[in-house]
Design a protein around this ligand. Structure first.
Ligand SMILES: Nc1nc2c(ncn2[C@@H]2O[C@H](COP(=O)(O)OP(=O)(O)OP(=O)(O)O)[C@@H](O)[C@H]2O)c(=O)[nH]1
Length: 315
């Protein structure tokens, strides 16, 4: 950040290309150009603007890395001993938060494999321009001076967010890549959900979304799966659990919330996006339905249910 400021202050620079290290996350980099840095007081927003966020994906190694189940530490690439980040998570973060995805080394892939990978990239990020390349040979105009970067917009590019917020456009299932949203107005039984998570369907390659678990009736959960990693964290209180005045006020101010408000359960619901390859939608849906509370359980005390799920920790 200091270096960028120094270069800009020195003058006569039109454009700076920054190559982040392969293990860096794109969001903090983008934040540096979008907000004042409180620690140093440096405000790059007054001096320059982020033009394009480019992610280069090694097409030849993608699935191997994605499915490796390895962390950066396993690869001895972590920043230090406490760096527990997983490779698959990092790959997804880098792909979801990009304006341009350069899919490189494509000459090493069979056409069907390349087509499948392009489809998957599109599912992860439907707004980015995807450029299949060899030796990252691209027209410079596709990555320089595109004026594509907008922090708020890119934050909404992730396929799972799109799928939750917008109507699903049925895909051509030519390459076997498909997605759907699992929705339920009944809560999960914690133990049955835990068993399901531990027996994750192999045809689901990316999933993310919000869950309602009966034994945690006031808190929303967020599940994210990438590769062989599944994480659960807290996603704040359901509005339905707010004190009455606050709940009414929040509802008044939010027409979207009003639309999905259930008379009995309010905004409590499960909305999980699944992206898969040759995915059996019905099997995923039916097996999850079996994890929901039964009609009998719906009338019982939910707080006493055995709950082996990891604790919700706020992100
Ligand atoms: N076959 C093939 N090889 C490539 C292609 N692109 C790059 N390479 C080779 O892959 C190797 C790594 O390339 P680099 O450009 O150093 O990759 P990098 O990821 O930037 O590496 P670091 O800067 O060390 O992180 C080199 O031997 C390149 O010649 C490609 O499209 N096809």
């Amino acid at each position: 950040m200091k270096e960028v400021e120094r270069i800009v202050d020195a003058g006569s620079v039109d454009y700076i290309v920054i190559e982040s290290s392969g293990i860096s996350e794109p969001v903090p980099v983008a934040q540096t150009f979008t907000y004042i840095d409180e620690e140093t007081g440096i405000d790059l927003t007054k001096k320059c603007k982020l033009d394009t966020m480019v992610t280069v994906v090694d097409a030849n190694r993608f699935w191997e890395d994605y499915a490796s189940g390895e962390s950066l530490l396993d690869r001895k690439e972590g920043t230090d001993e406490s760096d527990t980040r997983e490779i698959s998570d990092l790959l997804v973060d880098q792909i979801e938060f990009a304006n341009v995805i350069i899919l490189n080394k494509v000459e090493m892939l069979q056409k069907v494999d390349l087509d499948e990978l392009v489809q998957f990239m599109r599912k992860l990020n439907s707004d980015a321009t995807i450029l299949p390349t060899s030796f990252s040979n691209v027209e410079l105009s596709t990555i320089l001076q595109t004026e594509k970067f907008d922090f708020e917009k890119v934050s909404q590019y992730a396929g799972w967010i799109k799928e939750l917020n917008e109507e699903h456009t049925p895909e051509t299932e030519e390459y076997g890549v498909s997605s759907f949203v699992y929705r339920s107005r009944k809560p999960f039984h914690p133990e049955r959900l835990m068993n399901w998570l531990e027996d994750w369907p192999t045809d689901v390659v990316r999933a993310k979304g919000f869950i309602w678990v009966a034994s945690r009736n006031n808190m929303a959960g967020l599940i994210s799966q990438s590769g062989s990693l599944v994480t659960i964290q807290g996603a704040g209180e359901w509005v339905a659990a707010y004190p009455e005045d606050e709940r009414k006020q929040t509802l008044l101010e939010d027409p979207e919330l009003q639309e999905k408000w259930d008379p009995k359960f309010g905004d409590r619901m499960t909305e999980l996006v699944f992206i898969g390859i040759d995915m059996d939608h019905k099997e995923v849906k039916d097996s999850l339905d079996k994890c929901l509370l039964t009609d009998k359980e719906m009338t019982q005390d939910w707080s006493t249910l055995y709950d082996p799920l990891p604790q919700y920790i706020e992100a």
